[in-house]
Design a binder for this molecule. Structure first.
Ligand code: 3PY
Ligand code: MG
Length: 254
């Protein structure tokens, strides 16, 4: 359900997630049915998927009993409010580089007194079946906010970002982080510098009692991050699945 995601993370479950950017909500809904994956992320930062697609994906993913989490474009915090209103279980905000960025994110994703989210969760009321007063009372607890740590600046400020009330966790973007940590000279999400940052970030999140998430491109890397204590780990993406499927089927033809 919409609310179960936060509860499962709090219980220490490791949740593997899909990462969807193809602008067809049925793909998100179908992938949600895949065993072994506990969530679907719709990515609005780097993909053709748009707000209308996410709006349709959220109930299709919910119909599979899974939470739908959405990554917003950089700084589009009003979109985060609207996605929570539609019944998203969580929001991933890219490029949260400072305490100010983190506070602004909270301002649009948590109701007062934590933030300043405006009232109007029409789709979320429909999906959860909660009475408005009950939704208002509990939404801050179950609407999960992930601040992406993917620059050197953010990594330096990680403890302060984790300490912001209303930030529920961090989410590591290994590609951008590799660019940032190399001073703009290397794109390598598997670099030793990124590995060290993942170790550090996982430990700091644990110390702060908050969630840790990360993007990864393979199952092996995803398992590495679960071992590091990451509770929310993406494996690949819908387009990567298509390419892998095409290669595997073509191989069958010899
Ligand atoms: C990154 O690796 O920078 C990400 O944002 C993951 O998609
Ligand atoms: Mg990134």
């Amino acid at each position: 359900s919409v609310q179960q995601f936060a509860a499962d993370l709090k219980a220490g479950q490791s949740i593997f997630t899909h990462w969807c950017g193809i602008p067809h909500p049925s793909i998100a809904g179908l992938l949600a049915r895949e065993p072994g994956f506990g969530a679907v992320v719709v990515d609005l930062q780097h993909n053709p998927a748009d707000f209308a697609m996410a709006l349709q994906a959220i109930p299709l993913v919910a119909a599979a009993g899974k939470p739908c989490v959405v990554r917003i474009p950089v700084g589009e915090f009003q979109t985060a409010s609207r996605l929570l209103d539609a019944g998203a279980s969580g929001i991933i905000a890219p490029m949260i580089n400072s305490v100010e960025d983190a506070r602004r994110f909270v301002e649009f994703t948590k109701f007062p007194p934590l933030g300043g989210r405006s009232w109007g969760p029409v789709g979320a009321l429909a999906l959860t079946g909660l009475a408005p007063t009950e939704y208002f009372r509990t939404a801050n607890d179950f609407s999960v906010t992930f601040a992406m740590i993917e620059t050197r600046e953010a990594l330096d400020a990680i403890d302060d970002i984790l300490a912001v009330d209303g930030i529920d966790g961090i989410f590591i973007g290994p590609s951008d982080l590799s660019i940032g940590l190399s001073g703009g000279t290397v794109l390598d999400p598997l670099s030793p510098a990124v590995d060290a940052a993942l170790d550090h970030a996982g430990a700091r999140a644990r110390a702060a009692g908050k969630f840790a998430g990360a993007y990864t491109g393979t199952g092996e890397r995803a398992a590495d991050n679960v071992r590091r204590g990451f509770g929310f780990v993406a494996i690949g993406s819908d387009t990567a699945f298509l390419k892998a499927g095409a290669a595997a089927l073509r191989k069958g033809a010899g």
